[in-house]
Design a binder for this molecule. Structure first.
Ligand code: 6PG
Length: 244
């Protein structure tokens, strides 16, 4: 099930996504007594993090009961300016009462990206009780790159073909760098997946991903289709300009 929410402005989009965060996390804790959230990287999430770390949202979230993960990470040390963990820590996690043992960062400082990915898969499985089945995240937040990538699932990269592992190292030739990323099987097992996209510069790629004329091969973001969950595309009007 795919739902598209179009907000009049980037600020309204942030408000709508923050409300969804409050709702989904509360529902998860009510239904299952736990909540697992994967944050996304890049720059877009900063607006959401700023909103959530202040009122009226901050006091409506049970921060100390949520397990936080990341959809992907750059293969850099945790204090590197490009670190998704660093961005989230600075803009959100340092400002709300999360429990450190529930913050599951990707150990991207491990020199071998393959080992960092296996380490993260072990961390995810342990956080979900060690079950061999694919963990179901309550909420996975995603961004959209202008080339149609999401998390670190870039066009033409090997991670797109992974069907067993929960996360993998992914060599991104276009960046000349490794990334560590959740895989499609893990993302598509989630209960709620929300793309949050704003700005006119993303309008063309939003149109390519969401309009039915699917380019071959499909853009990575188009492959995100939760098998038994909700898929939300949360857009501002600028990013939705090219939707038919
Ligand atoms: C990353 C993100 C990536 C991001 C998109 C959009 O590590 O960079 O996970 O998938 O969401 O590149 O980034 P912006 O929000 O900065 O446009």
């Amino acid at each position: 099930m795919r739902k598209i929410e179009i907000a009049d402005s980037a600020d309204m989009l942030t408000h709508i996504v923050a409300e969804q965060f409050v709702r989904v996390t509360a529902e998860a804790l009510e239904a299952r007594g736990r909540c697992t959230v994967a944050l996304s990287g890049g720059s877009s999430p900063k607006r959401l993090h700023q909103a959530l770390s202040g009122e009226p949202f901050r006091s409506r979230v049970s921060w100390d009961q949520i397990d936080f993960f990341w959809g992907d990470e750059r293969h850099v040390p945790v204090d590197h300016p490009d670190s998704n963990y660093r961005m989230a820590a600075e803009t959100l996690l340092s400002k709300v009462p999360v429990r450190p043992e529930k913050v599951h960062r990707i150990h991207s400082e491990i020199p071998d990206a393959a080992l960092a990915a296996r380490d993260y898969e072990t961390e995810i499985r342990a956080a979900f009780g060690g079950s061999s089945s694919t963990p179901r995240f309550d909420l996975i937040l995603l961004g959209l790159g202008s080339d149609g990538h999401t998390a670190s699932l870039f066009p033409g990269t090997s991670a797109l073909d992974e069907r067993r592992r929960l996360c993998v190292e992914n060599w991104v030739a276009a960046l000349g760098a490794y990334r560590i990323t959740m895989t499609l099987p893990l993302i598509n097992a989630a209960r709620t997946v929300s793309f949050v996209v704003s700005g006119a510069e993303k309008a063309a790629v939003v149109g390519r991903v969401l309009n039915e004329r699917d380019p071959a091969p499909p853009l990575p973001s188009r492959l995100v289709r939760p098998s038994d969950g909700e898929l939300w595309w949360m857009l501002d009007r600028s990013a939705a300009r090219d939707l038919s």
